[in-house]
Structures are given as structure tokens and as C-alpha cells.
Design a binder for this molecule. Structure first.
Ligand SMILES: NC(=O)c1ccc[n+]([C@@H]2O[C@H](COP(=O)([O-])OP(=O)(O)OC[C@H]3O[C@@H](n4cnc5c(N)ncnc54)[C@H](OP(=O)(O)O)[C@@H]3O)[C@@H](O)[C@H]2O)c1
Length: 227
């Protein structure tokens, strides 16, 4: 399948790499291809994007708009504060009637030393803002409650005995994404929370996630619903 992944950070790389290994035709999207290829590694990236791409030759890099055009299925893996801006660069026709798996969290720019804050909360969500801005896109919130590695390799943690959630206004799109997560990454339990309004709660979970991350000193953990 042709997949467009908007985002070149940890999530974009992890999902693009995993899906290309599965034989999908993946294009990653960035603001400026030349600038991205000229970037040096940062404190948080293990390698420059150029080096990462050299090690993942099946993945192609384009602009956000080109990745949106390429994909039959799209993934939003951009910084939450920039997601609307990134998607706005795509042609409306390239977003129409496509599923967008929205993994982004509604966090503002990294605030060194300060507490992270959500820029939308309670009565609205980033996913709903994306859906309103692009009514023909089929937005499905998913995977935002786990780290990039856990997203693509759930079995590496507790044998995969833990849960991921999704939400979206289109029932068929939710079902498609649920199957996709099971088949491509091996998720065993995908809990369907119904309409996209559930993204409010899913996005708020990042505030708890960040505290658990700090307390445990690792991002290799997840939520499991016991009943
Ligand atoms: N990291 C995780 O484990 C994790 C887990 C769950 C959810 N998430 C969510 O997934 C998303 C991606 O996270 P990440 O850690 O992979 O990377 P990130 O650093 O949050 O985002 C990187 C991407 O955002 C784009 N971006 C940043 N500022 C921008 C701006 N002002 N305008 C346009 N684009 C901008 C970057 O564009 P360029 O390509 O041009 O640099 C890059 O593609 C985030 O919303 C995050 O909250 C992350």
C-alpha cells in the first residue's frame, strides 16, 4: 500500500521504517527536504535524517504535501502545535476520502525545564481541529498513548499483552485502522472508543504518560485495561 507519513521525528522514522520493512511504499514528509537532509543529529536523535534514510533505502522523503499526495493511507506524526500548519500545505484533493491516523499529541513547543501543557483540552482536541479543517479526511486518533517503539513493536513489551485505543467519526475507518494495527504491528487489543470526541481524553493521557515516563525512567511501558 502507498503510505504517506507526515513527520520525520522518532515516530515518523519508526513507523516509516517498520511499514517499509513490511513491503509498503512509504514516503515521509517534512517541511523542507533540502534542509532536512542537511541537518546534523540533535541531542534527541540517534542519527541525522540523511543517515537514517541511507539505512532505510525503501523510504522516500518529500514535502508534507508530496507525502500527502503519495499516500492512500496517511499518518500525522508531526509536532502537535504544527500539525494543522503541516496539513494545510497539502492540496485538499490529496486529503479527500483518505484515512489519517493521527498519532500527534496536543503539546506546545518543548519548554525547557517547565511543565508541558496541552494547547487544547476538555471540550475539543487536536484531532477534532484537524477533522474540522479537512472535512473530507477520515481522521482516526490512535497510538498517541504509547512510545514510538511500542507503537511498531508491541510484542517487545510484555509479549504484547497491553492495550491501544482509537477514536474517529467514521466507523468503517476505525475498523480499517484497527485491522491495520493488528496486521502491520501485531497489536492484540485495540479498544475502539467511538467518535472522535474521545480524542480529547486520549490526548489528555499524555500528561499522565509523561509523569509515568519520568517516574520509571523508560518509555517502554503501556496501559492495560483489566476488567
Ligand atoms: N516520540 C514519541 O514516542 C511519541 C509517542 C506518542 C505520540 N507522539 C506524538 O507524535 C508526534 C511526533 O512526535 P516525534 O517525537 O516523532 O517528533 P516531533 O519532534 O514532535 O515532531 C517532528 C515533526 O514535526 C514537524 N514540525 C515541528 N515543528 C514544526 C513547525 N513549526 N511547522 C511544521 N512542522 C513542524 C517536524 O518537521 P520537519 O520534518 O520539517 O523537521 C517533524 O516532521 C508528536 O505530536 C508527538 O506528541 C510522540
Amino acid at each position: 500500500m502507498k503510505i504517506g507519513i507526515l513527520g520525520t521525528g522518532d515516530v515518523g522514522r519508526t513507523l516509516a521504517g517498520a511499514l517499509a520493512r513490511r513491503g509498503h511504499d512509504v514516503m515521509a514528509g517534512t517541511r523542507d527536504v533540502r534542509r532536512k537532509l542537511g541537518e546534523r543529529p540533535t541531542d534527541t536523535d540517534e542519527s541525522s535524517y540523511r543517515d537514517w534514510l541511507a539505512a532505510h533505502k525503501a523510504v522516500r522523503l518529500g514535502t508534507f504535501a508530496e507525502a500527502a499526495r503519495h499516500g492512500e493511507l496517511l499518518v500525522n506524526a508531526t509536532a502537535g502545535h504544527a500539525s494543522l500548519e503541516a496539513l494545510a500545505t497539502a492540496r485538499p484533493a490529496d486529503l479527500a476520502d483518505k484515512i489519517l491516523i493521527d498519532v500527534a499529541n496536543a503539546l506546545g513547543p518543548w519548554n525547557d525545564g517547565g511543565e508541558m501543557e496541552l494547547f487544547v483540552v476538555n471540550t475539543d482536541s487536536l484531532s477534532e481541529r484537524i477533522q474540522r479543517a479537512h472535512p473530507r479526511l477520515l481522521v482516526v486518533k490512535a497510538l498517541n498513548t504509547v512510545s514510538a517503539r511500542v507503537m511498531a513493536e508491541p510484542a517487545a513489551l510484555a509479549g504484547g499483552d497491553h492495550d491501544v485505543f482509537l477514536a474517529g467519526d467514521d466507523a468503517a475507518a476505525r475498523e480499517t485502522v484497527s485491522r491495520f494495527l493488528r496486521e502491520e504491528f501485531g497489536w492484540k487489543t485495540v479498544i475502539d472508543l467511538g467518535s472522535l470526541a474521545a480524542a480529547r481524553g486520549l490526548e489528555m493521557m499524555i500528561m499522565v504518560w509523561l509523569k509515568i515516563w519520568a517516574a520509571l525512567g523508560t518509555a517502554d511501558f503501556n496501559f492495560k485495561i483489566v476488567r
